[in-house]
Design a protein around this ligand. Structure first.
Ligand SMILES: Cc1cc2nc3c(=O)[nH]c(=O)nc-3n(C[C@H](O)[C@H](O)[C@H](O)COP(=O)(O)OP(=O)(O)OC[C@H]3O[C@@H](n4cnc5c(N)ncnc54)[C@H](O)[C@@H]3O)c2cc1C
Length: 198
């Protein structure tokens, strides 16, 4: 499933800019609640931090609107209220939450039913000759170094190399949904269900 997600940038109030920089130790963060909120330090744009909800609305990538803000409906309006409350209770008056985000961006997540990645040999007539990796479900970036390492090993070493990664790869099999549409049922399952409703 493809999800269109809208992320938001919020203005840091005058005098607090340094508090939200990496140099001051401000982290990338995730709040594993419903909804799941995440954010990053002031980095991409001066004096703005990214705080957004993980997830979004199901969409067709070929006909997506590219609207920075998803169509406003009851769900998105509720989310915005929740985001403001969360920012207020977490960062107090150091962020201009009341005025709302100063910027938004639209992007896509390729979601698997369980939120886990797909990393495997394609199988079938291609057997081990084709290695696939995808369905990173909005949390693949941080894993890029180790995923890259696995893909190199699989591409160069075939099944012998796969044995080295057996423990990891068993979660990421492309055929795990055959006869088991929920795949690896873990905490993200609820998030996927909720995200697809909003
Ligand atoms: C808004 C947003 C926030 C995110 N936040 C986080 C986060 O905080 N932490 C985290 O870990 N992950 C995050 N992610 C997820 C992370 O970005 C993805 O999981 C990761 O980028 C997926 O890597 P990929 O290589 O599979 O795909 P991509 O990074 O999408 O790379 C695919 C590449 O293929 C190219 N391509 C496509 N079609 C063709 C073609 N026909 N020919 C040639 N090239 C082509 C594309 O241009 C692109 O460069 C976020 C994603 C989004 C959208």
């Amino acid at each position: 499933m493809v999800i269109e997600s809208t992320l938001f940038y919020w203005k840091i109030k005058d005098g607090y800019e340094l508090d939200f920089t990496i140099g001051s130790g401000f982290p990338s963060f995730a709040s594993y609640d419903h909804p799941y909120i995440y954010g990053t330090p002031a980095l991409e744009f001066p004096d703005l931090i990214k705080v957004a909800v993980h997830g979004g609305q199901e969409c067709d990538p070929d006909t997506r609107t590219w609207g920075a803000a998803a169509p406003v409906n009851e769900g998105t309006a509720m989310l915005m209220r929740y985001l403001k409350e969360w920012i207020k209770s977490t960062f107090g008056d150091r962020i201009d939450w009341d005025e709302g985000p100063v910027m938004s961006q639209s992007c896509l997540y390729s979601m698997t039913p369980d939120g886990d990645f797909v990393i495997d040999f394609l199988g079938g007539e291609f057997n081990e000759d084709v290695v696939i990796a995808g369905g990173f479900s909005g949390h693949g970036f941080k894993m890029a170094p180790v995923v890259g390492r696995m893909l190199v090993d699989l591409a160069l070493g075939g099944k012998a190399a796969a044995a080295l990664w057996e423990e990891e790869l068993k979660h990421f099999k492309v055929r795990r949904f055959e006869g088991n549409p929920r795949g690896n049922v873990i905490g993200f399952e609820d998030q996927v269900r909720i995200s697809s409703r909003l």
